[in-house]
Write a protein that binds this ligand. Structure first.
Ligand SMILES: C[S@@+](CC[C@H](N)C(=O)[O-])C[C@H]1O[C@@H](n2cnc3c(N)ncnc32)[C@H](O)[C@@H]1O
Length: 270
């Protein structure tokens, strides 16, 4: 069990570090210190976070325009610019959104932002227990299609059996016509086994309770399994997934540097 020193060492969280990368204000000294250690190894990490947010925005807009009206955003993080409910409800005011996060600060901030919005809510939940999330979410009709958003969160489930198993479990309870949105840290970028990769990953392992594991393009494809048909253009670097005007230009010179795989799949009949 963690002693008091361990509790202090692990005081950072991935949600608040990510908030810091994005220039947000909902982070503490321990989060900033841990995030700066990662940035020291990978100066591009804030740009990676921006590229990821931009992909998320385009994916939600694409789905809302295609008629999707229910979103389950797991590992949703601390609210920032371009949250799922803002994009979805701008396109379709009747869209319903449930945010789920393991970090109580993320849940509290989301609830505050959603005050007065009866078509969006935030709950505390663990991606590794998808049945409990589906049972507790309370707003979505899961007998009808739902878009499950797993943006930059599956790499915080390092155990492969657990990671692929939980996605299969989620897909099994959702009807055909549902969607799966995934973005995922790339092993091609962050899994090189060199010193700086090891140092950056050690920050998450030692200072947060969410160790990280990047995966290859093929491993990300595997999340869509046999039940999903990948929406065009398949699994791509985040900036390459249906790029749009106004996207960040950080990786315009080489999208492979974005370090994040991204894709959307359509759930097929079993
Ligand atoms: C990098 S942030 C991504 C936030 C947002 N999805 C985005 O893409 O902008 C990862 C989020 O996943 C959450 N998270 C990590 N492990 C989780 C788990 N097992 N269950 C639910 N949320 C988790 C963290 O608390 C954090 O808010």
């Amino acid at each position: 069990m963690d002693g008091p020193n361990e509790t202090v060492r692990k005081a950072a969280t991935s949600a608040r570090m990510y908030d810091f990368y994005l220039g947000g204000a909902h982070n503490f000294a321990a989060d900033r210190q841990a995030a700066l250690k990662v940035i020291e190894q990978y100066p591009a990490v804030p740009a990676v976070a921006r590229a990821n947010r931009a992909f998320l925005g385009r994916a939600v807009r694409f789905l809302a325009d295609a008629g999707v009206r229910q979103f389950l955003d797991i590992g949703s993080g601390i609210p920032t610019v371009g949250n799922v409910h803002e994009i979805a409800q701008r396109a379709a005011p009747d869209a319903r959104v449930v945010y789920v996060d393991i970090d109580p600060v993320a849940v509290a901030e989301s609830r505050e932002l959603l005050h007065g919005n009866d078509r969006a809510t935030a709950i505390h939940g663990d991606l590794r227990d998808p049945k409990a999330i589906v049972a507790n979410q309370g707003l979505l009709d899961v007998t009808r299609p739902v878009a499950v958003v797993l943006a930059a969160v599956l790499h915080f489930v390092p155990d492969d059996t657990q990671a692929y198993g939980l996605v299969d479990e989620l897909l099994a309870v959702l009807p055909a016509g549902s969607h799966l949105v995934v973005s995922h840290g790339a092993a091609e970028t962050f899994g090189l086994g060199d010193e700086r990769t090891a140092a950056a990953r050690a920050v998450y392992t030692r200072q947060t309770s969410t160790a990280g594991k990047p995966r290859t393009k093929q491993e990300v494809e595997r999340f869509f399994g046999s039940r999903c048909a990948l929406v065009d253009p398949g699994v791509t670097w985040a900036p390459d997934w249906r790029p749009a005007a106004g996207d960040p230009t950080d990786f315009a010179y080489d999208t492979r540097r974005s370090g994040m795989w991204a894709a959307v799949g359509l759930v097929q009949a079993a």
